[in-house]
Structures are given as C-alpha cells and as structure tokens.
Design a protein around this ligand. Structure first.
Ligand SMILES: *[C@@H]1O[C@H](CO)[C@@H](O)[C@H](O)[C@H]1NC(C)=O
Ligand SMILES: *[C@@H]1O[C@H](CO)[C@@H](O)[C@H](O)[C@H]1NC(C)=O
Length: 599
C-alpha cells in the first residue's frame, strides 16, 4: 500500500514540477508541493489549463532509471552488422480506397465509436483510481496485480489508445507518469523478454511515433537496452527470461534449452523500429541474426516452410520438433514476417529474407493447417487447426487436427495484409475466409463470443461440403469433452473462457480497412455488443468463465491487452479509416502502431 501512494505521488509531482516550472519563474516551486491528494487535483487542474492551448506539448523530461542499461559491459558483445536498410521507396497500397467515404462518417458509426470510447473511459478511470502505476487492475475486486515486472504495464500499453481516442489530457498525464518508471528495478528476479518487448517497448515506441514526445523515446531506449542485454550470450541468441541482476553485471546469460518459437521470433519489429528511431543499427543487427537461424532452416523442418512450436535457441535447433501451429506459442513469430517486410522492405540482403519467409510459411500453412469446417448452413469459411507430423513407417506424415483457439484468429488479418503486400489475391481471399470463420464462431455461441479453445468438424472435401447431422452427433459423442449444448458444427469447447482477447476483432478490423466491405463493420458491432455485455463489471471489464452459457460467472482478471488492443481495434473499425491508416503504420502484436518510414 505504501508503495502505491509513493509512486502515485512521484508521478503527480513530476507533472506538477514540470508544469510549475513553466508557470512560475521561481526555481523553488517543488518545495511548495502539497500532500498526495491535493497534488493529484492540483496537477490535473494545471494540466487542464495547459491543455487549453490545443497545440501545447507539456514539457516532460524522463527521469533516468536507477540503473543505466546502456552501461552494461558485455562479455559477449553482439555483432553490430548488418546495418539498418534505408527506408522503403515504393510499397503497394494496403488500404481500400475509401475516397470521399472516409469523410462522410455516418451518425450510426459515430454512435458506435462513442460507445466503444465510453467503455474504454470506464476501464481507464478505474485503472487510474485503483491501480495507477500497477501492471493491471482486477476488475471485480478493484484490487491490482503486478505480473509484468511492476512497470505499470496497463499504463504503458494504453498510451497510444488514449492518443487515438483524442484523450490528450489523460495521455500527457500518463506520459508524465511513464517518464518516472524505474527500469533499473523489477518486482520479479527474471524479466520476460517477450512480454516486455511487445507491451512495454512496443507501447513506448508507438506512443512516441504518434506524439513525437522525447520522454517516450528516452524510456523506449532504456527498455530496448534492457532487452538488448538479453543478447549477451555465448551464441548471441536471446534468452527467454532475463536474470535481472546477472544481466546488469554483464557476465553473460544462459540461453534456455527449449522455448516456444514465438519468444525469440517476436523481437524483430520492435528492435528494427528502435534502430530506425535512434539511428543505431545495433538492435536491428542483433535480431537479424536470430531470424537468420529461422530463415536458413525454414525448409529443413518436418513440415518444410514452418517451424515447430518448440525450438532450442541454445542449440540453434529450430527443426527437430513435430508440432506445428500458427496459434498460441508460435503465432507472433509468423505475424512478424510480413510485418517486418512492410517495415524494412526487401532491397537490402539482410531484410530480403522476410518476404521469402513470409510467402513460404503462408503457402505451407494454407495447404496444411487451414480447414473448412462442416456447418449447418454450409458457409464457405476457414478455420486454422494444428498439424502434427508423425513418422509413419519411416515417412513423416502430417496430420491435421481440427482444433482451434481464439489466439489463431489473428491469421485472417495477416493473410489479408500479406495479400496486399505481395499482391496475391489467393492470400487475400484466404484471409477473408479465415476472418469469416472467427465471425462465424462468435455468432454461433449464445453469448455471441467464441471460446478460448474448441474443435469443429472437418469437411472431407473442401470444395463440396454438405452438412451431415448424424456425423456431427457421432463425432461429438467420441469426445470426452462432449457437452450437449454445443452449437451444431462444434464438437468441443475445451476451454470455454473468454479472456478479453483481441485477435478476432483484429482480423475484422484489418479486413474492413483492406476490403472496405460493410459486412466486417457490421460483424464488429455485433461482436462489440456481445463482449461489452458479457464482460461488464462495476469497475471495468472482466474475463468470463464460460461463453457457451448466458450469464456465466466472471473472473477477477483484466489483461492490459483489453485497453491496448481489443478496445482499440473496436474503436478503429468505427473511426475514420485515415486514423492509423495501414499505409502509414504497421501494428505490432500488441496493437501498437509503428510508423512506416518512407524514402
Ligand atoms: C524454401 O522453399 C521455398 C518454396 O520452395 C522457396 O521459395 C524458398 O526460397 C526456400 N527458402 C530457402 C531459405 O531456401
Ligand atoms: C446485455 O444484453 C441484454 C440482452 O440482450 C440486454 O438486455 C442488456 O441491456 C445488455 N446489457 C448491456 C450492458 O449492454
């Protein structure tokens, strides 16, 4: 408890000091600081006055962390080449040509956009009141939890959403608080590379890219250097968890034997953009070597074109495993390949690999992981399953398992993006069918929300698929997770929760921006109403235990991605399509937009 008050006071003092400095000529202003409660009120009032000048940018200076990560003496200094490629000169157009439509946002869409904002404002107000500077708010009890090293994950993750929703006062208040975060101390002895990269570094970079505020850049560099210390290893491959104090000492870190592929595979965008922003190629070089390991081995795996879910960066073994998925554990490694291509282009030898890796994995997953489910209306949709490659009499044989999960729903949007980037109509059509698969799953359940993990029935013939009710009844009966009330076509809801995840609306958003088809905006509205309804709590929004029944219990859990991703995507669907245009930004896996540099 003492710690919350202290951090809150420091944060508000920072705002106040900075603002008083501007308003009063006296250098003694800080000594006049009142107690915590009045600080917050006074700070807000002054900020309000300040923000009446629409274009004013508050002068906020980042406080240096108690340990400076750029001073680590590396036992194994990473290579400093290749150098960052120059900006891309000609990208294909990504977004649908909305023409004048984009400026005639209708009253209906405006009401929807306002409604999404209202839900965000409620969550944000509760975070501010009950969990300020903590990693996450607990939406039923009004308590908080620090699960990501205690650097205010929700605050950093929400910065760019505040900006997009036009909440500038809240944005700068948040920037002033972020400017005081101490990345030299952690609430956990080991820091998760992946989460720190996508939420903190990604959040800071995007907020900087949108606002241009130097305090955010300074903090992004601190986190970037912290993560860079995770490359201080014998083989220059990154660790999965950074032993915090050992990393400071610089003696070298131990690379774990087995990790999920998403972990080393989801650093490319953040590190490449950080190099672009700072002009220092070292981040780009470090991550380029990691991706070389994946690139060189892409066609040597048991399912050539994709990598197994588990890899060993210690042994640089990304070929041995036999389980393949674009879902959880692997997902964002694949996501970052087309996106790295969008950010970096293919003109230089070190970045050309991203286009090749993208197209190769897209072709392989289309042929081996995606399936048409058998459903009563015979809708032409696709679902992404899993593929195990088992040795069968000496021959590796891929076997498609028609199990899917909410996490896999990002793939429709990614294929649509790939369709535009590589000017490939088949990828785009596949992306649309995958997005429609997730929309279908949402609307099948009585709550209007799809479960975290489920099985559907595979169509034996993708071209000619006819509903067979008897087959469904018998397939369902074979499953031990059999539940009588499941919608037709579904054979399990193995994990019936909804934990406020964004992937389905993410794909719907991308398909809307790329095709301009109203079906996607309408689907988004149905999804939003269902989600807002089932997850609403007195404080904010909570995970729900079972989407297969109406009125299910909620869980005291609200991940930072609710405000960072889910609500942001809902908002952007109903906003002017020029807000965060996909021709100007590429979004990281936590929905943080990075500006695409143009030549
Ligand atoms: C892997 O195979 C694909 C398809 O045959 C090919 O286009 C690609 O260049 C190969 N990748 C490497 C690194 O050899
Ligand atoms: C939730 O849905 C029910 C039934 O459709 C509706 O009556 C209620 O107003 C909704 N609640 C919210 C918070 O949207």
């Amino acid at each position: 408890m003492a710690r919350i008050l202290r951090t809150r006071t420091i944060a508000f003092c920072a705002v106040l000091i900075v603002l008083l400095y501007h308003f009063l000529p006296s250098e003694n202003a800080p000594s006049l600081l009142p107690q915590a409660d009045t600080v917050s009120r006074a700070g807000t009032q002054i900020l309000a006055q300040y923000m009446n000048n629409a274009n004013a940018i508050p002068h906020i200076v980042a406080t240096k962390s108690s340990f400076l990560w750029n001073t680590v003496k590396f036992t194994y200094p990473p290579e400093l080449t290749p150098k960052l490629p120059p900006p891309v000169s000609n990208r294909p157009r990504i977004q649908h040509d909305f023409g004048r439509e984009s400026y005639s946002v209708t009253a209906v869409q405006e009401r929807r956009r306002e409604e999404v904002k209202r839900v965000f404002e409620k969550s944000w107000a509760s975070y501010k009141k009950h969990a300020w500077m903590k990693d996450a708010l607990k939406p039923l009890s009004g308590q908080y939890v620090d699960q990501f090293s205690g650097w205010a994950a929700t605050l950093v993750d929400s910065l760019d959403t505040l900006w997009m929703m036009g909440m500038r006062r809240d944005f700068y208040e948040a920037v002033a608080a972020v400017a005081t975060i101490d990345f030299g101390k952690s609430t956990s002895g080991s820091v998760n590379m992946f989460e720190t990269c996508i939420r903190y570094l990604g959040g800071l970079i995007a907020a900087y890219d949108l606002s241009g505020h130097e305090a955010l850049k300074a903090k992004a560099v601190e986190v970037g250097d912290l993560l860079y210390a995770g490359f201080n290893t014998e083989n220059r491959m990154p660790v999965d968890f950074i032993a915090f104090e050992d990393a400071k000492a610089g003696g070298g870190l131990y690379v774990e034997d087995t990790v999920v592929s998403a972990s080393p595979g989801t650093i490319t965008l953040e590190f490449s953009r950080l190099s672009q922003i700072t002009g220092d190629s070292k981040y780009y070089a470090a991550v380029s070597h990691v991706m070389d390991t994946f690139s060189e081995n892409q066609n040597k795996t048991k399912l050539p074109g994709m990598w197994p879910m588990h890899v060993s960066m210690r042994r640089k073994d990304v070929v041995s495993g036999y389980q393949f998925t674009i879902g959880g554990n692997a997902d964002s490694m694949y996501e970052y390949l087309p996106k790295a291509h969008a950010l970096l282009g293919s003109a230089s030898p070190s970045s050309a690999k991203y286009a090749i890796m993208s197209r190769t994995f897209m072709d392989t997953s289309m042929n081996n992981l995606f399936f048409r489910p058998m459903v009563p209306g015979n809708e032409d949709i696709l679902i992404s399953g899993n593929c195990d490659v088992i040795d069968y009499e000496g021959t590796p044989t891929p076997r498609l398992d028609p199990e899917s999960e909410h996490l896999s729903c990002f793939i429709g949007g990614l294929f649509a993006l790939g369709g535009r980037l590589f000017e490939n109509e088949a990828y785009l059509q596949t992306g649309a069918k995958l997005a429609r698969g997730c929309i279908y799953a949402y609307k099948s359940f009585p709550t209007g929300i799809m479960p975290e993990r489920y099985n559907m029935m595979l169509c034996p013939d993708i071209k000619n698929c006819k509903w067979d009710e008897e087959q469904w009844v018998s397939e369902r009966a074979k499953r031990k997770e059999w539940v009588e009330h499941l919608p037709k076509g579904f054979t399990t809801a193995k994990d019936p929760r909804y934990i406020l995840r964004p992937e389905a609306i993410e794909s719907v958003f991308v398909l809307w921006r790329i095709t301009g088809r109203d079906e996607f905006r309408e689907a988004a509205w149905d999804m939003f109403q269902a989600v807002a309804n089932a997850t609403d709590t007195p404080f904010a929004n909570a995970a729900v235990s079972d989407v297969t029944v109406v009125g299910s219990q909620q869980q005291d859990y609200m991940e930072s991605f609710w405000m960072a991703e889910t609500l942001k995507y809902f908002y952007l669907v109903f906003a002017d399509p020029e807000l965060i245009s996909l021709d100007e930004f590429v979004l990281n896996t936590e929905a943080h937009p990075f500006r695409l540099p143009k030549a």
